[in-house]
Design a protein around this ligand. Sequence first.
Ligand code: NAD
Ligand code: MG
Length: 413
Amino acid sequence: MTTRTTTRLAILGCTGSIGTQTLDVVRNLNTLRPGSVEVVGLATGSRETEMLAQARAHGVSLTAVAVEGDDAVSSGTTVLRSTDAAERLVRRLVDEDGVDLFVGAIVGIAGLPATLAAVEAGVDVALANKETLVAAGELVTAACARTGARLLPIDSEHSALWQALQGLPPEDGVDEPRPGPPLRSPPSRVARLILTASGGPFRALDAAALARVTPGQALDHPTWSMGAKVTLDCASLMNKGLELMEACWLFGVPEDRVDILVHPGSTVHSLVEFDDRSVMAQLGPTDMRLPIQYAITWPDRPPLDVPPLDLAALGELRFERHDQERFPAPGLCRRAMRMGGGAGAVLNAANEVAVARFLADDNTSGSVLAFTRIPEIVGEMLEAEPATPIGSLGAVLDLDRRVRERTRRLLPG
Ligand code: NAD
Ligand code: MG
């Protein structure tokens, strides 16, 4: 992806689950080949002390934290402080021509301005932050098309699809084999993308029991260890819906060519069905360092110190459909994708507010916002907001703010 022998990498969302695992991957790569990755920037939401410890450990001189305050320099490390500090860090690295790849690991729409700034400057982004594409897929992919920046998926399902798509013949009218995920150009000979879902911890609960689950139960994911918001989204299957939208934007396919299949073991990370009915799947251990490293090193696959998959011990792979009545979130995401315009931003904002409220409630005696109200609220907001076209970052952020306000009014007092 770069002709330099060193990849200069900046991590947006460095203190989170993906951010810290990215630093593990960097350590692995530099052990295998010293100096192959240089961390040139770190951005966090809060937890400045933790970020500064990372900066010291990796020799990073430019950092950013999303709290209001004065910029400062301490022991050779610059700290940018403001709510838009991550975006400022991106612009500064780009202006100095000091970065080859950003890792987009901020959670929520907070990641959008920095990601958009990176791709508008023509710099590739290894993207975990799916909400950016859900809320502003059209804007972000249009910027990529304009500048040639690529989005390299970190989300395990999209990494699996990307890996399963390698080796296709070039698109009609394109001379060279494509180097990465085909952005906004439907892959030739692809019939369907099939996203697998663990099904979350509540797969077997009936509707009444589902309404009573607590934040503590929802945060106990069966197969992956992740940040709170994405874990909660997994439990409601909203995450799979958001991933469906992410797949549409990354691979340029309409929503009716993306299928969802519950696969409780999370061994098959996703599949591609081709026109000849052949199906390619990517399997692997449930360890996010694998897709993170692939996004940094593709098409190379350096060794990674994780236990190999033991298929004989697994014995079998199970797949089933999800119950759309108990788990309406993926259907809402399909609807938002068909509506187009700002519908993705509306869905995302309503979900972020409802999820934050659910998680903020007492996690032992149950939430005052019922778990099943989360998709209902998202559906109500999709009904209430007209799907107007979205032409700029400012328009997305205005819509996001308005929907957050309206959603808060739907929450219990
Ligand atoms: P997390 O909550 O563990 O970490 C989020 C990070 O974003 C933190 O470092 C936080 O400080 C930072 N952040 C928040 N607001 C910020 C702001 N305004 N400016 C700068 N930094 C900010 O979340 P996570 O689990 O690492 O997930 C990150 C993203 O990756 C999410 O979009 C999630 O859906 C996606 N993802 C995560 C996983 C996983 O295994 N954790 C897997 C697939 C996709
Ligand atoms: Mg995923």
